[in-house]
Each structure stands twice: as C-alpha cells, then as structure tokens.
Write a protein that binds this ligand. Structure first.
Ligand SMILES: Cc1ncc(COP(=O)(O)O)c(C=O)c1O
Length: 395
C-alpha cells in the first residue's frame, strides 16, 4: 500500500538531503544516484585542507581516509573492519583481485556469465591472453542466467567463479548461495560484482560466505565517480599476493623499501599507488546516509514501488524485461517500449532522469528518496512519450 498522510513514509525525511530529486524526476539511481547535499561541503573541506595544510594533509586526514572509508562501507554489507580496500572503480578492483590468482596448471579456469558487465568481461579476455581459460556461461531466453548452468560449469579446473549478484541489463538477482557452495566444494574462489546490489539489496558477505566482492559508488550508494572497492575475506586475504600492487600496499609505505614487497595485513594490502582522495571524500556522505538508514528499509520500499511500476507497465501494454518475482528482481524496472532510445532522450530533455540499454529498452529505478506519486508520474510520462512518437510515425 502507498504511504498515506496518516502513515507517512519515513524515508522521505531524507529527501531534503538530495537537491537533485527536487529539481528532476529522478529514476536513474541504477546508473547515477542523486548527489547528497553534504558532498559540496566535503569537497570544500578537501580543498581547504589541501590549501591550508599542504603536505601535512596526508598526516591530518588523507593517509587514513581510504581505510576509514572502507570501514564505513563494511558496515553496509556486514564485513569486518579492515577488509575493504578502496580504489577507483570495479574494473581496477577486479584486476587487483585477479592478479593474485595463478591461472596455471590444471586449475586455470575463470567461470563468468555472458551477462556480467562488459568492462569486467574485457578484463577476463585480457586474462585469457595470460593463461586463464575463460568459461562464459551463456544466458537463456530473456537474458536469464540460470543457476544450474553456472553450477554445471564449475569443477576442479576452476580457479575463480566471477559473476554479478544483480545483472546490470535486466536487474535479475543471481542466487549466490548454491554457486558459492559449489565453488568452495571445487576449491575455487568466488568473486562477486555487487555493484547493482549493494545499496538496494541487503548483502551480507559473511552470510553469503564470499571470498571477494567488488562494487562502486556511482549508483545506489549515491557516492559519485572515483570510489570503487574490493572486499577480501580474512579467510583468504593473507594468501593473496596481487601482482597489480604498489607502495600503498606495503606494510610501511614510507620506508620506501625497494623490495621484496612486505605486504600490509589490512585493507592496504589490496591498494596500489597514491589513492584518489577526492573521489573517496565525495563518496562518504552517501555511504553515511545508506549506513545510517540501513538497506533493508530501501529494499522493502523498492519492492513496493517497482511492483507498482510493473502493474502500470502491464496496464499501458509495455513489455517488462526485469523479473516479475520480487525475490528475483533488483532495484530497476526494465521496460521494452518501441523506440526506447528516442523516448529516453525526449524524457531526459524534460528533466526526467532514466537511461536505456540496447536490447532491453528503458531502465528506471526508484530509490529510497522517491515519492509514490513520482512513480505514477514517471510511468505516465513514458506512456505519453511512447504514444506521441507512435502518433508521429503514423501521421
Ligand atoms: C554490474 C556492474 N559492474 C560494473 C560496472 C562499472 O564498472 P566500473 O566501476 O569499472 O566502471 C557497472 C556499471 O557501470 C555495473 O552495472
């Protein structure tokens, strides 16, 4: 049931923290979450510190900032402090993690799926030139990744199972539990790309028993570009020695020791060179809000609003590409409408924020700051634009 004046939606109290959601109809948190008001102040503070303290800014704040930021993220997905390493993006986080895996001998396989994000698929292609045998599990009809197909691809030749938790095109949730179990039975590591999950779907790395997990901040965490992260389970961290590394991964970076590398035992172990401080500074206000509210409340609201969007899509005769079953659906609704690219552009031009992807159509996502009346409004705007274009075509 929609929230009413008698039972107001408590999540909407946070709306005033996000100026963009008042200025636009914001349905794009699967691609770029709204900017928290606190980001401007945080970046101003960053510039002030640099200006006034110069080199001393490292000691004052910057050196510790990546670890503190990782620890804040850890609270969002149930990780132990000291297990989340900050970097620039998911591609780099995965490259670091996979540079610690030997793809040699009989155990040289990386199992992924055809629906993983292209950037990591390109990375796996590169690993194939360096000895990895990449097994790409194909999708079934409707771009569905079937758990049984992934399970069948994993055996004693598998070094790593690397796959998305929520598929970026269709928002299908991949059921990780049986995959993790099978991978571990076979002696393989599990590396999950949780970018489309963390911040909209409750994720608990310990309950899922993940070895490695990557994500970024641009989307559901409302953290903007420049802040990717890698979680490494303490169970495997000490035996992983990334080849893609740098002086920030050293136990004592300021010893400027020429090697061999003595690696840090905490989150710095998986960092590389000088960290991208402004990206992490900008990401923190979003993380703080998400951590404070807690993702379960987001999920409950998201399921209610995305169900309403699907009901309206049925009423308007649009195809629905994302799963209809709540437990299989992430935070995004994908609509198969005619001329999706043109519909998307026309809506963007009128301050409706959404996107589209080839072969799946429009992607729209409410988030915790979305009002119920906006759900109705955005769907009507899509319907009207589709009709306008159809009329134009037949005129
Ligand atoms: C599932 C998933 N993984 C990764 C990315 C992006 O990776 P990167 O941080 O390397 O740009 C995205 C979206 O941009 C995504 O949806």
């Amino acid at each position: 049931m929609p929230h009413t004046a008698e039972a107001p939606d408590p999540l909407l109290e946070w709306r005033s923290e996000f100026p963009t959601v008042e200025a636009t109809l914001h349905f794009a948190s699967h691609t770029l979450g709204a900017m928290p008001r606190g980001v401007e102040e945080a970046l101003r503070h960053y510039a002030q510190l640099w200006k006034s303290r110069g080199i001393r800014a490292w000691e004052d704040e910057w050196f510790q900032l990546p670890m503190e930021t990782g620890n804040l993220l850890a609270t969002i997905f149930g990780a132990t402090p000291g297990t989340v390493s900050m970097c620039e993006n998911v591609t780099l986080a995965q490259a670091v993690a996979l540079s610690a895996v030997e793809f040699a001998g009989p155990r040289n396989r990386l199992v992924c799926t055809a629906e993983d994000f292209p950037s990591v698929l390109y990375l796996y292609e590169g690993l194939a030139r360096r000895g990895a045998e990449v097994v790409r599990v194909p999708a079934r009809a409707g771009r569905h990744v079937d758990t049984a197909d992934v399970l069948a691809a994993v055996d004693e030749r598998t070094a790593v199972v690397a796959l998305s938790h929520v598929l970026f095109r269709t928002a299908e949730v991949v059921d990780l539990a049986p995959i993790v179990k099978r991978a571990h039975q076979a002696g393989a590591l599990v590396l999950v790309d949780a970018y489309q999950a963390v911040g909209t779907l409750p994720v608990d790395v310990k309950a899922l028993d993940l070895d490695l997990m990557t994500g970024g901040s641009v989307k559901w965490l409302c953290g903007g570009p420049g802040a990717g992260w890698l979680y490494v389970s303490p169970r495997v961290a000490a035996r992983l020695e990334p080849a893609l590394t740098g002086w920030f991964a050293h136990a004592d970076p300021f010893a400027f020791d020429s090697g061999p590398t003595r690696r840090d035992l905490g989150a710095r172990r998986f960092m590389t060179g000088t960290p991208g401080i402004p990206g992490f500074v900008a990401a923190r206000p979003g993380y703080e809000i998400v951590a404070r509210i807690g993702v379960p409340a987001f999920r409950e609201k998201s399921l209610r609003q995305t169900a309403r969007m699907i009901a309206l899509a049925d009423e308007y005769g649009f195809g629905v590409v994302s799963p209809r079953e709540p437990e299989r659906r992430g935070g995004t609704v994908c609509l198969d409408v005619p001329r999706a690219g043109e519909v998307c552009q026309a809506l963007l031009d009128s301050d409706v924020l959404l996107d589209h992807r080839p072969e799946v159509g429009l992607r729209l996502a409410p988030h915790f700051y979305t009002r119920d009346d906006e759900v109705e409004l955005v769907m009507k705007k899509v319907r009207d634009e589709v009709r306008r274009l159809e009329k134009g075509a037949s005129a």
